[in-house]
Design a protein around this ligand. Sequence first.
Ligand SMILES: [Mg+2]
Length: 374
Amino acid sequence: MPPLRAPLRIDGAELRLVRLPLVTPFTISTGTMTEKVFPLLILKSGGLEGYAEGVMDPLPDYLEETTAGAMALLRDTLLPQVMGHSFAHPQALARALSPWRANFMARATLEMAFWDLWAKSLGLPLQTVLGGEGGAIDVGVSLGIAPIPTTLDRIAQHLDQGYQRIKLKVKPGHDLALLRAAREAFPQAHLTVDANCCYSLADSALIARMDAFDLDYIEQPLAWDDIHDHATLQTRIATPICLDESIRTPDHARKALQTGAARVMNIKVGRVGGHTAARAIHDLCEAFAVPVWCGGMLESGVGRAHNIHLSTLPGFTKPGDTSSASRYFTRDIIEQRLETVAGRMPVPPGPGIGVTLDLDTLKTATLSHAEILP
Ligand SMILES: [Mg+2]
């Protein structure tokens, strides 16, 4: 058990809007990203700093939150609410934010930065205060939509690098032929697909044809705000359904587990309001013997480090999306290089998330900068 300590006071914060170009454009069923634009929060207490980033997109094309909306909510409401206040534990801060409706990504940005600050105040790695252990995690990759020959080349390249699972983004018209080619070329590979909500129940017969390709699971085939239709779909297909977008709270997770809408769960800490809710969802899934893994949102090193620490909890038994940062960025905003070794991502050692900001790169990448004081 971590040592008991006095409540931790939030003395100040820096909220930055940061832009990093992507090495390769990333295409999924809802569109293409060429750069990553995100809020970066630096939370301060005494001489310590806690870091987190928001995972919302500029436009509401993954979930309903937007970067501009989250920046305004953080700057004008959430940060002033906690500024100058002390919290006995990160869960107490999460509770203080709980009356607000939804906006889980904005709340997660603040909650996660406080977890980092809290762990640093105890001199412990974040994984230790979360209840995880181990020096490395298993990782897979998520490959965006591209012509089939390009995708086959990318699969071969990433299997050679040791990645333990290949997730293929699909959309109507770019699904069965892709899977047929991938399975034929790589009969032993752990393959999954992610539809990012692009099908409906009317596509049940098409989705059932994916059973022939021995996928580990199919991720979020139906609507982002649905649970019920996924439960119905699961009765029509053999491939396990994994939910991502549909799970924003522990209560969503409970309903999905109780109705059989999810046999696998993708936990993104930035999507569910922070580590407090992520742990609760992890625990619920363990109770239902449903395996979980940690998804990615093309995070910079700050969010990537949070994901790695969370992934050391015992229920994360499937490889996550937390692949090498160099797949996404030529220069990251942290000094450490978060790179996989033979399909395993080392946990950054040291207090908190274990990474430090590269202030030169951060300065160049910063679009706006605000100081928030008590
Ligand atoms: Mg997904």
